[in-house]
Design a protein around this ligand. Sequence first.
Ligand SMILES: [Zn+2]
Ligand SMILES: [Zn+2]
Length: 423
Amino acid sequence: MNAPDTAFAFDAAIREAAARVNPRVVAWRRDFHENPELGNREVRTAKIVADHLRAIGCDEVREKVAHTGVVGTLKGGKPGPVVALRADMDALPVTEETDVPFKSMKRTHWNGIENVGIMHACGHDAHTAILMGVAEMLAIMRDLIPGTVRFIFQPAEETPPIGEDGGARMMVEQGCLKNPDVDAIFGLHVVSNDTTGKIGYRSGPFMASADDFRVFVHGNQAHAAYPWSGVDPIVIGSQIVTGLQTIVSRKVDITQEPAIVTVGVFHGGVRHNIIPDKVKLEGTIRTFNEKHRTEIHEHVKRISEMIAAAGGGKADVHIHRWYDVTVNDPALTEWSLPTLQRFVGGDNVRTIDKVCGAEDFSFYQKEVPGFFYFIGCTPPDRDAKKVPTNHSPRFYVDEASLRLGTETLAALALDWLSSNGKR
Ligand SMILES: [Zn+2]
Ligand SMILES: [Zn+2]
C-alpha cells in the first residue's frame, strides 16, 4: 500500500474516532476552563492528563517533567518512526469577563497584585483537551499505527513565574524528545482572529523570538529646583527611550525581516519636587532571525550605556533571552498541507503573515523538524477581526473548532508515520 492510499484509508477512521471522543473533548475543555492553573502550577490538569493517558493504554507515562509536565508514549502495532504531538496546559493571570457557564472564578496573588483572576485566555485548555482526545483516538487505532506517538503536555508556555524555570526548554532538557528519539513534532494553537474551519500557517520563520530587557538608570538625587546639583535619571531615561527607537529604524536591515523594540515600563520618582536617584525601564525585543536578535541586544546595551554616560549617569542593562524564533521546517510544512487540506478543504488552509507573538514550541523545533499551525476559533457568524484577541478577558473559543484540532493532529501523526514524512 503506498502512502496516499494509507492516508486516505485512515481518514474515515479518524473522522469516526474524532466524532466519538468529541463530547468528552468538549467536557474536558470546559472542566479545564473552569479550573485553570498558572504555569508550573498545573497539578490538577496534569493529573487528569496522566490518568487519561494511563487509562487509554499508553506504554509509558512520565509525570512531573519540567515540574508539572506529562509525557506519554503510545507504541503502534507495527514498527516505524516516532512522531510527537504537543499541547500546553497553563492559564494566565487574567480576570475572566465572558459569560460562559463554566467561567473561571479562580483568584490568585500575582506579581505583587492581590485578587487577580486566573483564566485560560490563550486557549491552552482547548489544546490540552484536543491532545487528550487525539491520544484516545490513536489508542483506538493503535494496531494500525506504523510507529510510535509521543504526547507532550507541557507547563508554563506563557513563561514560568518570576524566578522559576520551566516550559518547553526544560521539557527538552528533561528528555521529552528522547527514548525513543522523536523524528518530527506537530503542534497547534487556537486563535480568535480567524474563523472556525480555517487554518493559518507559515513556512520558515513564523512567530517571533521574544526577549525582555531592563535598564536601570542611575543618576544622583537632588532638589528639583537645583537640577545642576544632581544627575537627572528621568531625563537620561527619556533620551534612552528615544535612542532605542533608532535601532529598528536605523540599525536593522528591515528588508530581511521585521523587528520590534518596545519600552513598556518607565518607573521613577516619588514627588514632583525631587529628582530621583534612579529610574527603571523595561521592554521587549521581537525578531525573526538570530542575526537581528544578536545585533539588537548589542544596540540596546550600547545605546543605553552611552546615553547614560553622556548625561553623567550610568545604565545597567539586563537582557533575558526567552523564546527563539518559531521556525516551521519548510519541507515538513509542504508535507503537512495536503493532510490539512483533506480535512478542511484547500481554500481554508492559508499562509498568514508573520506573527510578532512568540511560542516556546520553538525549542522543540531546534531539536527536530516541527510544524506549528493556527486553527480559527471564532464562530463563523462573528467578525474574527473584531472579536477579543487571545489574552483578552473576553477571549472566546468556539467549541466546534475542537473537532478540527483533534482530526488534523491525529491525521498529521498517522500520515507522517505511514509515509515516514514522504509523499
Ligand atoms: Zn498566550
Ligand atoms: Zn498560547
